[in-house]
Design a binder for this molecule. Structure first.
Ligand SMILES: NC(=O)c1ccc[n+]([C@@H]2O[C@H](COP(=O)([O-])OP(=O)(O)OC[C@H]3O[C@@H](n4cnc5c(N)ncnc54)[C@H](O)[C@@H]3O)[C@@H](O)[C@H]2O)c1
Length: 354
């Protein structure tokens, strides 16, 4: 059977991980790549040997043999890149955050639906072994009706730059720690809960650590904290930072000072924690730690990028529903928008979808 020809635009760290994902799949071919940086193109070509190499996405889209595009460009280019790919009749996978805001994402949702093309957003942690095993336990009813989730993505010294310092420039990033790391943290708990409809947000974002870096523009948040309410009555508390004076009970990281990425979902029957994966179950009135047997971890879970790419390719082939769907990207962006609105107003704000 003919493989699907995939092209990647933006050849930094995520572009390279998706190349590995495509190469690991037996239904996708690493057909093309594009990047305006000559160095990035040369390094990528040497490592992954795509069939075609372009400088711009426009040139890549003009190739009729291309079936799908993977966009790993800076955040402000997600919307124009995805829109151009859809208009050229290509299926599209876009790195996180889906867009700069929900309004942009609604346009992409409509456009992909109208054209019958697959839209998919990047969230590899949905395909990690811990997440897949935890989802199974939740689906089996082991927690009961989950009422509270806590999700954390915090670094003590981890302000990113990106080529040209775009991460800290709101016009090019859409926001700071929240839109960069918060999208991971919030999506992890939300996905684990089964993506219930969010109804309101109360949150505050902060900028306290600008002096840690020497960047031309720094007009974004470096920390975000708050609570989200869901239609099913559950609430989620989130904690996100690029930089903070974290306490010494948090693990040291090679690159980011201290770092903790964790998600915990509480139910009346049990609580599940992703990192390290464990279930804490009520047994005769006592919370008991239950070991998760390795058999529960799905096959292939060692490479979440490959599993994610396979779901995208299967969705194009009509063999699966896209797990990281356009509708969920809209909800996610609505939550992020509402967090910024709540912070600016100092009030709890309802979501557009409520
Ligand atoms: N899923 C993850 O865990 C993860 C991790 C890191 C980054 N990301 C996301 O991936 C995206 C890229 O992040 P990054 O860290 O690789 O940024 P980066 O700045 O290091 O790389 C962006 C790449 O895009 C290229 N580029 C920029 N404008 C271009 C254009 N108009 N046409 C073609 N190429 C162009 C640059 O030359 C560069 O190689 C961001 O949206 C980020 O949020 C996701």
């Amino acid at each position: 059977m003919k493989k699907l020809n995939v092209g990647i635009v933006g050849l930094g760290w995520p572009g390279q991980r998706h190349a590995e994902g495509i190469l690991a799949s037996n239904t996708g071919a690493l057909y093309a790549c594009a990047d305006t940086s000559e160095q990035r193109r040369a390094d990528f070509a040497k490592q992954f040997a795509p069939q075609k190499i372009f400088e711009t996405q426009e040139e890549m889209l003009a190739d009729p043999a291309l079936d799908a595009v993977v966009t790993c460009l800076p955040n402000f280019l997600h919307f124009p890149s995805v829109l151009a790919a859809l208009e050229a009749g290509k299926n599209v996978f876009c790195e996180k955050p889906p867009t700069l805001n929900a309004a942009e994402m609604r346009v992409l949702q409509e456009e992909s639906a109208k054209r019958g093309l697959v839209y998919f957003f990047g969230r590899q942690a949905r395909f990690s072994g811990a997440m897949l095993a935890a989802k199974q336990l939740v689906a089996d009813g082991r927690l009961g009706a989950a009422y509270f989730g806590k999700t954390v993505f915090i670094r003590s010294r981890g302000i990113p730059h990106g080529i040209g310092g775009w991460f800290t420039d709101k016009s090019r990033s859409g926001g700071g720690a929240l839109i960069d790391l918060g999208v991971h943290a919030i999506d992890s708990i939300w996905f684990l809960m089964g993506a219930p409809r969010p109804i309101s947000v109360s949150a505050q974002v902060f900028q306290n650590f600008k002096s840690h870096v020497n960047l031309p523009i720094f007009d974004v948040d470096d920390g975000a904290y708050g609570m989200i309410r869901f239609e099913n009555g559950a609430v989620v508390q989130f904690e996100v930072s690029w930089a903070a004076n974290l306490t010494d009970d948090l693990p040291a990281s090679n690159a980011y000072g201290r770092e903790l990425i964790n998600t915990t979902l509480y139910g009346p029957r049990a609580t599940i924690r992703l990192n390290p994966l464990a279930l804490f179950e009520d047994q005769n009135g006592q919370p008991v730690k239950v070991e998760i047997s390795p058999e529960l971890l799905p096959k292939g879970a060692a490479n979440p990028f490959a599993l994610q790419m396979q779901n995208f390719l299967d969705a194009i082939a009509g063999k699966a529903e896209p797990i990281n769907s356009a509708q969920q990207a809209v909800y996610l962006m609505e939550m992020l928008d509402a967090i910024y609105t709540s912070s600016a107003s100092g009030r709890e704000v309802p979501l557009a979808t409520a």
